[in-house]
Design a protein. Structure first.
Length: 268
């Protein structure tokens, strides 16, 4: 019954925004109001000591409404793929746009998780025909579904007639256990391909590469100076920090260089 009420409410919201054309300013204002409800219910839920589940239900509802709205707007209004959305960025909606303007990631924390943090993403992409969006989330999922990370940066890699989008992401499994990675995307045949297998390792071809580590091994390093996974466009290589056997991140890197078809490990 709770899920049915959420679906009906979301449907009413989308009917309301669909009833008239909206300017970029109005779109941003509507999304900001919706996004702020996530922050509002997150604070209320964290402050509650009574065990009242209604606040968590309201938080889940706010996340679903915002996600449906941003997905709807990003398809209905193609120009949103280049809209700044500065007010939303200030409220911690992370937005990353590819260098060619054809791919964008919207990433946020739902605040529904505990020590294992919960995130959601909308991936917007432009084809020759239209603009589409994909919603990736953990909401109302079970433990068998893959963990959805948050994104921290986006690289654009063009080689020949192919363009690859490389999203750097993070995972927070607990206070101590975290991970970073890089995922390769491509727009192919009018669709977003989230499984572009161009990274070659000893175990085969992959669309992403990642590593887990002990967060306390970097906690005392200033954020901007912490070793992290990155793509170097000058050398066409992915640089992955070497992690010791006990989970400590070192200042050494494993290099995967593009060899014309795949990213392959370079011998050190």
């Amino acid at each position: 019954m709770k899920i049915l009420k959420i679906i009906v409410f979301i449907g009413c919201c989308l009917v309301a925004v669909n009833s008239f054309a909206q300017t970029p300013k109005e779109i941003e204002a509507d999304l900001l109001r919706s996004f702020n409800k996530i922050n509002y219910w997150a604070k209320k839920s964290r402050a509650d000591t009574t065990g009242n589940t209604s606040m968590e239900d309201s938080l889940e509802n706010a996340n679903e409404i915002f996600a449906k709205k941003i997905k709807w707007y990003t398809v209905k209004y193609p120009s949103t793929i280049k809209q700044d959305f500065n007010s939303l960025k200030k409220e911690r909606l992370d937005i990353f746009t590819s260098a060619d303007g054809l791919f964008r990631i919207y990433s946020w924390e739902t605040w529904l998780g505990g020590t294992m943090r919960d995130f959601a993403n909308v991936l917007q992409y432009k084809t020759a025909e239209n603009v589409q969006s994909v919603y990736l989330h953990n909401l109302m999922s079970d433990d068998s579904e893959p963990y959805i990370p948050f994104y921290t940066s986006l690289y654009t890699f063009k080689v020949g007639l192919k363009t690859y989008y490389m999203g750097v992401y993070g995972c927070i499994y607990s206070t101590k256990d975290v991970g970073d990675g890089i995922q390769v995307f491509a727009i192919e045949n009018g669709k977003l391909n989230t499984g572009v297998k161009i990274i070659k390792t000893a175990s085969g071809l992959h669309s992403k590469i990642y590593y887990d580590y002990n967060f306390f091994s970097v906690v005392d390093i200033p954020y901007g100076k912490r070793p992290t996974i990155q793509f170097d466009s000058a050398t066409q290589s992915i640089q992955v920090p070497l992690v010791s056997g006990d989970g400590r991140v070192t200042h050494k890197f494993i290099i995967y260089k593009f060899t014309g078809k795949y990213f392959e490990k370079v011998k050190s």
